[in-house]
Design a protein around this ligand. Structure first.
Ligand code: ZN
Length: 230
């Protein structure tokens, strides 16, 4: 809800968003088709905002309150949240650049193991020597920004403090595989080449299509219902 006295500022904010959108559009890496895909995905996510049960499940996964969560961006076949979408500006006004956040404990653990194996160092070297990969990774960065801008616009959030900032080290470095994996889960395959690669590597231990949750969604819901009925 925008109060009348805040309208002039809101107008400035929406101009800032438009500028980012125009920049993304002008890039040779992100096509109009990509932008349509991004906007459709945002619309789809905002059409199904996080339910109280999902928020409770994510709070439990993280061991803390999931601030600014607008929707579950990816779910296990059992229904458990795997990654969430966070608004560009938290309720208290804090700018929040990490729009896609990995929450599944099983996924976090599998990805942490890859990081511990030192794979990021290899991939940083590869980014420096493979122009195709570097370009695809830069496109992932731009799509991340486009996704966040679309969200900001729909939610009337100010993202002027985080313009050009994505996550995980993008566009030039690989610093956090969890962030890249979350983007792949939320935005789908073909968006982030390294996030997709992580999902391929961890598939024996984590796969969105195979429930290996310590506490599958149905089971958790049934337990809650039983407690309520007691
Ligand atoms: Zn599951």
């Amino acid at each position: 809800m925008i109060k009348a006295q805040e309208r002039p500022q809101a107008a400035v904010e929406s101009q800032a968003v438009d500028k980012v959108r125009v920049e993304s559009k002008a890039s040779s890496l992100v096509t109009d088709r990509d932008l349509t895909m991004v906007r459709d995905r945002v619309q789809e996510l905002l059409a199904t905002p996080a339910t109280p049960d999902q928020i409770a499940a994510v709070n439990q996964q993280l061991g803390r309150f999931a601030r600014g969560m607008v929707a579950v961006g990816a779910r296990c076949v059992c229904g458990n949240p795997l990654a969430v979408v966070t608004r560009p500006q938290l309720e208290d006004g804090t700018p929040f650049p990490t729009t896609c956040y990995l929450t599944s404990p099983e996924a976090v653990k599998a990805v942490s193991r890859l990081e511990a194996d030192g794979i990021m160092s290899d991939w940083n070297t590869e980014l420096g020597s493979d122009p195709d990969l570097a370009s695809a990774y830069c496109r992932a960065h731009e799509l991340y920004l486009a996704f966040r801008s679309a969200l900001a616009q729909r939610l009337s959030d100010d993202e002027s403090h985080i313009v050009g900032i994505s996550a995980g080290g993008m566009p030039k470095r690989v610093k956090c595989l969890h962030a890249l994996t979350a983007q792949s889960l939320v935005m789908g395959p073909g968006v982030n080449p390294l996030g997709d690669r992580v999902l391929g590597l961890v598939r024996p231990v984590f796969d969105p299509q195979v429930c290996r949750c310590a506490q599958p969604w149905a089971e958790a819901s049934i337990q809650e219902n039983q407690q309520e009925n007691q």
